[in-house]
Design a protein around this ligand. Structure first.
Ligand code: ZN
Length: 172
């Protein structure tokens, strides 16, 4: 079976930047499992999967714009230190913040006398990535999976270890 929209794909991947620095890998962990077209993967990687099948291995280079996006300086901003009153803050700390773009993960990149500089860019934004992929399994999604927009484990909805529902998806 070839990979197409709405198929469930299970794969292993490793990813590195263009200087061959390893960034992440699933090979020592659980494989990724997801529905193609559900927005789970970055577009450049998903495009490369189309028409592949179980057993295929391939390498694909994904430019930042097809990956986690370009960096936007506008997503860096200084906020008054007083907003962190009582918190033990340090550079590199991540937290959720409500911004003009909605809920975002931001990371503290600088702590000054009066201000704290936070960065809302994805840590992998602006980086051209190279993925090594091994396709393990391709199958049709069930009606329930398509309705929920995510993969269900062997025990049905709720059995998957990183099962996430939006407000409207609630089955569990
Ligand atoms: Zn579900």
């Amino acid at each position: 079976m070839k990979i197409a929209q709405q198929k469930v794909v299970k794969l292993h991947y490793s990813v590195m930047d263009k200087d061959n620095n390893a960034i992440d890998s699933s090979f020592d962990n659980e494989p990724l499992e997801f529905i193609v077209g559900s927005g789970f993967l970055i577009p450049g990687l998903e495009d490369a999967l189309i028409d592949k099948q179980a057993g295929d291995t391939f390498t694909v280079e994904v430019a930042a714009k097809d990956g986690y996006g370009e960096r936007h300086d506008g997503l860096m901003q200084a906020v008054p230190k007083s907003m962190f009153e009582g918190m033990d803050i340090e550079v590199g700390m991540q937290f959720r913040a409500t911004t003009d773009e909605g809920e975002q993960t931001v990371v503290i990149i600088d702590i000054q006398d009066e201000d704290v500089v936070v960065d809302g860019n994805h840590p992998l934004s602006g980086i051209d990535l190279t993925f090594d992929v091994e396709v393990l399994e391709v199958r049709d999604a069930t009606e329930e999976e398509l309705a929920h927009g995510h993969v269900h484990g062997a025990g049905g909805c709720g059995s998957h270890h990183d099962h996430v529902h939006d407000e409207n998806g609630g089955c569990c």
